[in-house]
Design a protein around this ligand. Structure first.
Ligand SMILES: Cc1cc2nc3c(=O)[nH]c(=O)nc-3n(C[C@H](O)[C@H](O)[C@H](O)COP(=O)(O)OP(=O)(O)OC[C@H]3O[C@@H](n4cnc5c(N)ncnc54)[C@H](O)[C@@H]3O)c2cc1C
Length: 393
């Protein structure tokens, strides 16, 4: 069963109260100023949100099972209040902590995880490049090993949490050689953010996710010790595919938070707003759209928590990787498209007010689009699902 347990539901209330108290009052201002709230990240750490998947020895919750579902619950609830804050947690854990937790040596875990789990520091995951996104195997960043040191050269694009004041490390994928048959050997390397030659490019001007930190990175003869290799040499491709499978479930949870909020906003507004002498929700043209929204939210939530449950079952050795991969792609595709449609419907219900920044639907409208792009576009999800069905896609 992938129904949320009473503990999950209680935890959802806890995160909802936190988001209402600590995020909602400030979020419009932070969004306007593109301000990244490091204090809030620390408070999220104090609440234990970065440690839901981590063992106690690194300051985590040490949950035997079900940790990934807790993470999705937290992302949904934060995302219901603000999508940028939701992605800060999602990327902080899914792309920052989890690769180190899953593939790191004991030494690497001891060095990086305690501060990351506490929310005192953040880590990023540098896969995308200016000329290699969906086709990430086309990366051109290179790392060469010489005298016990890796030297990295190249550029990465759009890396979340990579340029904050508290960013400590970025996992960077790089070509470290060539395989037989000519394919590139790709490995993952931990690059501390204070390494000379690690350059954080100026922040992007984004359509949405204004509060979230996104930067390009460049590496100009960046030298790190050989021990900074994460996982096995040449396994970088396999590792990031696994990282992205999990990340997609988290993005799906973020999309559910967005759609849920749109349902709440549209329902409330359509009962209050009067036109032609009655609430606009008395018109089927409005109420049917909101009924459809409820169906969209419910379907997206079910697919998301089914995928999260499969991931937890997988981690307990009871489900296959292929099942998680397929469920993650299906959930991410559906939920992100639902979120996009939901913001369009809610903004329409709000009429002219929906176009005004005083109303949260405007911010959610801007924020939703990236859900169909980040951690694999909708086209990439369709490609993966088709492959999962055995098609030569
Ligand atoms: C705000 C933000 C945060 C991000 N954070 C991170 C991060 O932390 N780490 C990281 O590594 N990356 C990050 N990304 C990058 C993101 O994952 C990529 O933008 C995304 O994977 C798409 O890659 P691309 O932008 O190069 O688009 P492209 O790959 O150039 O795709 C362009 C279009 O072509 C389509 N397309 C490409 N190939 C095919 C095909 N074979 N069949 C059909 N259609 C195709 C795509 O679906 C898309 O519509 C982030 C991006 C943004 C905008």
């Amino acid at each position: 069963m992938f129904e949320l347990s009473p503990d999950h539901v209680e935890f959802a209330h806890l995160v909802r109260d936190f988001a209402q108290a600590k995020v909602e009052p400030h979020v419009a201002d932070w969004d306007r100023r593109a301000h990244f709230p490091t204090d809030l990240v620390a408070a999220m750490g104090d609440l234990g949100l970065f440690g839901l998947n981590a063992p106690e020895e690194f300051g985590g919750a040490g949950l035997e099972e079900g940790g990934f579902t807790y993470l999705c619950v937290a992302i949904e609830e934060l995302g219901r209040v603000d999508q940028s804050i939701g992605i800060t947690l999602s990327a902080g854990v899914g792309l920052g902590i989890n690769p180190i937790l899953t593939f790191g040596t004991q030494e690497q875990k001891e060095r990086w995880l305690p501060e990351l789990v506490a929310g005192r520091r953040l880590a990023g995951f540098g896969l995308t490049e200016p000329d290699a996104g969906s086709d990430a195997a086309g990366s051109t960043t290179r790392a060469s090993l010489d005298g016990g040191q890796w030297t990295l050269n190249g550029t990465k694009a759009f890396i979340t949490n990579s340029g904050t004041d508290i960013t400590s490390v970025v996992t960077v994928t790089a070509r470290t050689g060539q395989l037989r048959g000519g394919k590139p050997e790709i490995s993952a390397i931990l690059v501390p953010s204070d390494t000379p030659g690690f350059v954080v490019e100026p922040a992007y001007r984004k359509l949405g996710w204004h509060i979230s930190d996104t930067h390009g990175l460049s590496f100009d003869d960046v030298v790190v010790p050989e021990e900074n290799l994460l996982g096995q040499r040449g396994h970088g491709f396999k590792q990031f595919l696994q990282t992205l499978d999990d990340g997609r479930i988290a993005i799906s949870a973020l999309a559910v938070g967005c759609a849920q909020r749109m349902l709440e906003e549209a329902t409330a507004y359509s009962t209050q707003r009067i036109a032609f002498g009655r609430p606009i929700g008395a018109n089927q043209g409005i109420s049917f759209q909101i009924a459809d929204l409820a169906v969209m939210v419910e379907s997206a939530r079910l697919l998301t928590y089914k995928a999260a449950w499969l991931k937890d079952e997988h981690d307990a050795g009871r489900r296959s990787t292929a099942e998680v991969k397929q469920a993650a792609a299906i959930a991410k595709l559906h939920s992100s498209e639902v979120a996009m449609d939901a913001t369009r419907i809610a903004t329409q219900v709000f009429g002219g007010n929906g176009f005004m920044e005083e109303y949260p639907v405007a911010r959610f409208y801007r924020d939703a689009k990236i859900l169909e792009i980040g951690e694999g576009t909708s086209e990439v999800q369709r490609m993966l699902i088709a492959r999962g069905l055995g098609l030569p896609a």
